[in-house]
Design a protein around this ligand. Sequence first.
Ligand SMILES: *[C@@H]1O[C@H](CO)[C@@H](O)[C@H](O)[C@H]1NC(C)=O
Length: 257
Amino acid sequence: MASAPSSLCQVCVVLFLASSLGRCSVEQMTWKQDAVIKNAIFHRDLLFTMTDRLSAIDCGRRCSQTENCVSFTFTRHSSSRGACRGHSSSLTSQTPSSTEPGTEAYSFVGKKVWLDPAEQQLQSDWVRKKCATDLDCPADNATCFRNMVCLCLPGYYYSHKGDNCVPECSPADLQTGFMDYPSGLLNSHVLHYVPSGVSLLHCQRYCTRDAVCRAITFVRSSGMCMTHHVTPLDADDVHVCWFPDMTPHFYSQLTCA
Ligand SMILES: *[C@@H]1O[C@H](CO)[C@@H](O)[C@H](O)[C@H]1NC(C)=O
């Protein structure tokens, strides 16, 4: 099993879009799960309690919409529901008021405004989660990619609507966000090729501005960019070559509505 590069190791960090700031920019809040605080409930500086939250991400979204909210706990009650408690102070220095199994604590890390929708993060509980087997990735047509990280089976599109992976996506439903697959290279069916010097953002833009583009191959070290109008599911001769070790290449596919 290959070890994950640090960019994939951020299992403790929940990223999501807090709000859309117009068509071409998004605000992204970053929360970090506290590795030490487990199953603890706090009463001090409690701003709100909500018992109908879908996930920790949903809870974080609520906290980010609440003035002064800097930390929260999420207690999972069922596979799709849980209790969310927002606080106006850090939880790390506090003594818990009670314990409740299944509770995770999160604190605010930072806020970032992206100026391009190609940087869209996926709002999902399972995407990019660390995993050991496919069972850790509970969504249709999802896989534990390289026994490391939950992604869609290569060739499938991540569907924002279903929070699962679908084999087809109509051109009207293609989104500007991508799902990245480390150490992959699709070296045929190239629409547009730039040998070096391209930034990831520009490579993604070549794709999102081209109505028939579906995926890119990008090499971080050199800035090589290829865009593709096919995915590995479209034809028998479309293959992503997966390198055994971590390389700076990656295959990245557009997501779907
Ligand atoms: C999963 O993939 C199969 C086979 O391609 C497809 O029939 C099924 O509809 C997919 N699931 C979803 C939710 O699209």
